[in-house]
Design a protein around this ligand. Sequence first.
Ligand code: HEM
Length: 499
Amino acid sequence: MTDNQQNDQLGNEDQTLTNRQGHPVTDNQNTRTVGDRGPTVLENYNFLEKITHFDRERIPERVVHARGAGAHGYFEAYGTIGDEPASKYTRAKLFQEKGKITPVFVRFSSVIHGGHSPETLRDPRGFAAKFYTEDGNWDLVGNNLKIFFIRDPIKFPDLVHAFKPDPVTNRQDVNRIFDFISHTPEAMHMITWLFSPWGIPANYRMMEGSGVNTYKMVNSEGVGHLVKYFWVPKQGVKNLTQAEAEEIQAKNFNHATEDLYAAIEQGDYPEWEFCVQIMSDDEHPELNFDPLDPTKIWPPDQFPLLPIGRMVLDKNPTNYFAEVEQAAFGTGVLVDGLDFSDDKLLQGRTFSYSDTQRHRIGTNYLQVPINQPKTRVATNQRDGQMALNVDSVAAGENPHVNYEPSSLGGLKEAPKSGKDHTPYVQGPVTRQKISRTNDYQQAGERYRTFEDWERNDLILNLVTALKKCNQDIQERIVEHFMQCDPEYGKRVREGLGQS
Ligand code: HEM
């Protein structure tokens, strides 16, 4: 809760400045000193409180996705998934009834650079949504692009290090980026999207969103289906060429935040249709890719996008730090009726998000209002830094019993809402790539599917970047593009002046 909200709740219209102990501040201009020329004295409580709090105003930035903007809104369910009742696939309560409203908070972001970096940079864009459902929170932490660079989470820190500024010069360096990418063939599909105009969305409103990873939906019989999630903007999709982005950046490096904020202030509320692709829960040996591989799309002609609801963003944050900076999204935050698939990247992510948030925000990050569910919370977890409440007491249970099971009262396990989903998994414990890597086919298809202007911009952007790279890196990358599509490789090679 912000200070203003707290004051409103107390019915406090008094404008008197106080310190954090509630003492009225009678002089906010002069520190306490010996005579008018100083030195200052140590018992200067108001000054010490003010300056030491100021010294601690920043929390660590997100290690990735530091630059972002957020908004509140609502999700409205259609009650169906395509032509079927939603209950056929999932028992998640938020999807069951047509017209059912669930409040949401969404944070959009860019990935690589810091909290005030330009919003025109070539970078994936984050699209993270928190649904405050009656069964607790559901986070869908997605990106604008439908795929990712890698499929194994052990590579994530290396990927990010290669894209972040050089540890010596503190500058992003395409030679480092393409060095890593040239050893990462599974990234070709993502690189093809990223260096096209799709790597610079015009703003956050005219941008798609995708969960990227494969999840599951589970119905009341415990039957699971593989599922991918998508946000389709009602505003349409708009991307920028490198030249257009540079023109905007010369005048404004906050254009996407500005655009979202202004649209909502003017009542021009952005809206997205929420869609899913669905597959039966098995390995699908008939496909030339693995349905759990996040470097692949599921071709929409075989797996159509089925509408499931819509989302409208209709309220700007009133306090950027409290609502946007402290927002904590994670792929582990699912509700009953939604589940994980065996996708390795998804499992790596699921560990990473809440781990980083305990470091970035603190042990009790879930007591920060933006992260709190809008439903009852009653756990036996307690204390830790900045504990605002003990949940079981807040929930009105026997305060002596902070453990379970117990016959003295206290919290009890919830009844099950349906049959358990019990997938059967068997195999040797190993370190191995998936067998159906097929790293180049979809990259080549994407190259051929782009419109001419998109393909031309892709080649121009790649050639401009690769010209700054060492020759062996250029050669390895061109070889990868050749395998995606011979024309793709040839155009990049010619652009680099190689025969
Ligand atoms: C193994 C792979 C990945 C790991 C380990 C990882 C880890 C992280 C971490 C540590 C953060 C910072 C979170 C915070 O400080 O609150 C983050 C943010 C984020 N990641 Fe990932 N990530 C991975 C892949 C992905 C993928 C595939 C996507 C897209 C589907 C994605 C989307 C996001 C978004 C949107 C945010 C920002 C959330 C926000 O707005 O607060 N990440 N990621």
